[in-house]
Design a protein around this ligand. Structure first.
Ligand SMILES: NC(=O)c1ccc[n+]([C@@H]2O[C@H](COP(=O)([O-])OP(=O)(O)OC[C@H]3O[C@@H](n4cnc5c(N)ncnc54)[C@H](O)[C@@H]3O)[C@@H](O)[C@H]2O)c1
Length: 249
């Protein structure tokens, strides 16, 4: 069920303007691959090159997913990989988590990933390709104030297992990474921009990981690139923690 080693890798990466997404794009291009970089943020345009096509759109719109698949096949001749990485974060207690916010995060984090798997299925079956979803340690364990974000990531993990089993007969592998804290701007809306409180919170988060630090975007990107690669040819349905031992502890 493995992708032919000589096949040109062509991968859609959602959330490509962000910290992890842009690191995944860099890793895949450095390995000789082509990428369709997709994001809601037009800043993703800065990644455009001979190796990188850009799609600007909302990940949860069917038309965005279809546009990304058509761009991969039209410009690079195939689709061999899909990285469902776009997401929104939230931190609030149950009592302050509104219904509209619930729908918005479920829409981006879960519906967006589902619609991309759906749109990519035929092209990935053609190439015997692979999907990697970005989950989270917040989808594996309990913690306060992350009921909504954690529920979306738990759903992403289950999407991974269900799609892995359904699509295995078509030669498509589906896995997820479940990162702990990563050094990106993902939590910035929930922290003061600078100062002692921010520094203390981030230091505490880093030290809460048994290895004593957070992951870099490049470390998470390397795990994603491995799961996409033919070297992971018999790995499917796996949720791989990239969390410095957080969920093991
Ligand atoms: N940073 C962390 O600590 C951490 C921890 C665990 C998991 N993750 C996961 O890693 C992934 C990448 O996060 P990051 O840290 O790079 O964050 P980031 O904020 O740097 O990147 C997220 C990207 O998703 C895009 N995005 C958001 N909503 C979108 C939408 N509706 N349509 C299209 N694009 C949209 C944003 O514009 C942004 O570029 C996410 O799935 C996140 O849940 C992050």
């Amino acid at each position: 069920m493995t992708q032919h080693p000589a096949q040109q890798a062509v991968t859609i990466v959602t959330g490509a303007a962000g910290g992890v997404g842009s690191a995944v794009v860099r890793a895949l291009v450095a390995a000789g691959g082509k990428v369709v970089a997709e994001d809601l943020d037009p800043a993703v345009g800065a990644l455009a090159s001979d190796d990188v096509a850009v799609v600007v759109g909302d990940v949860a719109e069917e038309s965005t997913a279809e546009d990304a698949v058509a761009t991969a096949v039209g410009r690079f001749g195939a689709l061999t990989g899909l990285v469902n990485n776009a997401a929104r974060f939230n931190m609030s207690p149950i009592s302050e988590t509104g219904a509209d916010l619930w729908d918005a995060l479920m829409r981006t984090n879960v519906r967006g990933a589902f619609l991309h798997i759906k749109a990519a299925e035929d092209a990935l079956a053609e190439s015997r390709g692979a999907v990697v979803n970005t989950g989270s340690m917040s989808g594996l364990i309990g913690m306060p104030d992350q009921i909504l974000y954690g529920a979306t990531k738990g759903a992403v993990h289950q999407l991974t297992r269900m799609a892995a089993i359904e699509l295995a007969p078509k030669g498509i592998r589906v896995n997820a990474v479940a990162p702990g804290h990563i050094e990106t701007g993902f939590m910035d809306d929930f922290l003061p921009p600078t100062g002692e409180v921010r520094d203390t919170v981030l230091t505490d988060i880093r030290h809460s990981h048994p290895i004593g630090r957070s992951s870099t975007p490049e470390e998470v990107a390397a795990a994603i690139a491995f799961l996409l690669s033919p070297a992971a040819g018999t790995i499917t349905g796996v949720i791989l923690p990239v969390d410095g031992g957080y969920t093991t502890a």
